[in-house]
Design a protein around this ligand. Structure first.
Ligand SMILES: C[S@@+](CC[C@H](N)C(=O)[O-])C[C@H]1O[C@@H](n2cnc3c(N)ncnc32)[C@H](O)[C@@H]1O
Length: 496
């Protein structure tokens, strides 16, 4: 393909209706054209939870936003990492990176803002053959004991109300009480709490479906809403029925069986030489407090800039862990800005950098962002679209602005905490709002280069997919890239 053809293809993607400018983004595409590498080595399955479905340990909790253990293995291999080495995952989720590091005897540090991640890590990292006989006894007890009904209510937050039918809820809370009464050691306790966490979706009327938490039409919540809609002469919500809602006892037995069979097959994590730890909190506040030049690699996947709200999708799990509504709302604001409700964190970040005596770093990030023409162009294009009433939610502009601003701070910190020669591997998706394509992969890479990273490769995965069909219908069927960004901190690891 000639340069002129490549440029005209790129123009077609960006200039959908010529209502805005795309010159800076087109320049970025041309600048990093040779860095973009279509790959068969990585695919969509590998960068999603799908490839974990049958993988022991990783399959215990369906964290749909996870990437696969296989992906982490492949990245570690491609970075030519061997123990002793220290890997960082600043968006640790279900701890996929930490668990693979454990398997390979590498040290690893994870950071995760959702408290769910903490319980998942505790349960998975403290497993071992020493637990098996006790787990089998508990399984036996569950199987032979008819479930009772507790009068203690599930600690709902408003958006989880009516997620269970009355019997399921009373039985779930009965198991909570029974398990607490067993007075187990903390490893078994964590596993039992974790078992209950993993079954919440299966025994509820809810389903984590794509972007949203879907509700079964039989739930009291949907029925009440439909009654209101009938009264208002509106159309009813589209019927949705989960294929199955498990009995609580069945779900617990299923979860325990999975754990018991995986633990029986494994050697356990206790005798491994690598050390892993999970820090619970927001990366924006915890990473700046980590020492410089300590990591040999970063393997991660931040939230995507796609309006996906982890605190809503996982509301049931957060409530189960005891979070109040106020805490869930506060947690939403701690997420990297990926929802239209996120407010700017800039003043908070300024204060923190000031308190760390690093105001010059704060100013550096702001300076880099204000001089990045692609970033500024995207924001201006969205403002133009908004004035043309083409942006269906005003929060999209602040989300996009917050997203890249916060990831720029994370990138500055990644550069600081990486050893010279360290590789960074990041999975992300490009997005499109109101026809404006946002090349997340290129913009993140360009910002990383401003902080000193060398862009190595952007692996472009096969089977691109567009975002919403509404967007594709209106602005063309151009697919969006899903990529793995590889950067390197200049220098050599061996020189350390
Ligand atoms: C795409 S998921 C990563 C999943 C992970 N790779 C795994 O295999 O489970 C992004 C994660 O970033 C977390 N996250 C969002 N904002 C964060 C923040 N400010 N600090 C730390 N983690 C955050 C989300 O809760 C989510 O678990």
């Amino acid at each position: 393909m000639t340069f002129a053809q490549a440029e005209s293809d790129i123009r077609r993607i960006y200039e959908t209706d010529k209502a805005t400018f795309a010159e800076a983004r087109i320049k970025l595409e041309l600048k990093y054209g040779s860095t973009l590498q279509p790959t068969q080595n990585f695919n969509r399955r590998l960068v999603s939870f799908q490839a974990n479905k049958d993988v022991k340990l990783h399959r215990w909790f369906k964290f749909k936003e996870a990437f696969s253990a296989q992906l982490v293995h492949r990245l570690i291999e491609s970075f030519d990492l061997h123990p002793p080495c220290h890997i960082l995952d600043p968006f640790s989720g279900a701890s996929t990176t930490l668990l693979v590091a454990n398997e390979l005897d590498c040290d690893a540090t994870g950071i995760e803002v959702l408290p769910i991640g903490d319980l998942v890590w505790k349960a998975k990292s403290q497993f071992g053959p020493q637990l098996i006989s006790r787990l089998k006894e508990i399984r036996q007890w569950v199987e032979s004991t008819p479930p009772g009904l507790s009068e203690r209510p599930f600690p709902h937050v408003p958006i989880t109300q009516h997620a269970f039918d009355a019997k399921h809820e009373a039985q779930l809370m009965w198991y909570v009480e029974q398990f607490a009464g067993f007075n187990e050691n903390s490893s078994v306790n964590n596993l039992l709490k974790f078992v209950l966490l993993t079954i919440l979706e299966d025994i509820s009327y809810t389903s984590k479906d794509g972007q949203f938490l879907r509700w079964d039409s039989r739930s009291a919540k949907v029925r009440a809403r439909n009654r209101q809609r009938i009264a208002a002469g509106k159309r009813l919500y589209k019927e949705f029925r989960k294929s199955s809602i498990l009995e609580v006892k069945t779900a617990i037995l299923k979860a325990l069986d999975l754990i018991i069979s995986d633990v029986a097959l494994s050697k356990g994590s206790l005798n491994r030489s690598g050390k892993q730890r999970l820090i619970q909190g927001t990366v924006l506040e915890t990473l700046p407090r980590q020492g410089a030049e300590q990591f040999d690699a970063v393997i991660t996947s931040p939230p995507y800039c796609n309006r996906y709200d982890y605190t809503r999708t996982y509301a049931l799990e957060l409530a189960f862990l005891g979070m109040t509504n106020e805490e869930v709302i506060a947690l939403r604001q701690d997420l990297i800005s990926c929802t239209v409700e996120n407010r700017s964190k800039l003043m908070r970040l300024r204060k923190m950098y000031e308190s760390l005596g690093r105001l010059s770093d704060f100013d550096l990030v702001c300076d880099i962002l204000s001089h990045n023409s692609a970033f500024q162009e995207i924001l201006e294009a969205l403002r133009i679209r908004s004035r043309r009433r083409e942006v269906n939610n005003a929060g999209i502009i602040s989300m996009v602005e917050g997203y890249f601003t916060e990831l720029a701070f994370v990138t500055l910190e990644l550069f600081r905490v990486c050893k010279p020669g360290a590789y960074v591997g990041i999975v992300n998706d490009n997005v499109r709002y109101s026809g404006e394509v946002i090349p997340v992969d290129l913009l993140m890479t360009d910002l990383a280069a401003s902080f000193g990273f060398e862009p190595e490769t952007i692996h472009v995965l096969d089977q691109r997919k567009g975002n919403s069909s509404q967007q594709m219908g209106k602005y063309g069927r151009e697919a969006l890239r899903k990529s793995i960004l590889i950067w390197k901190k200049p220098g050599s690891l061996n020189a350390n």
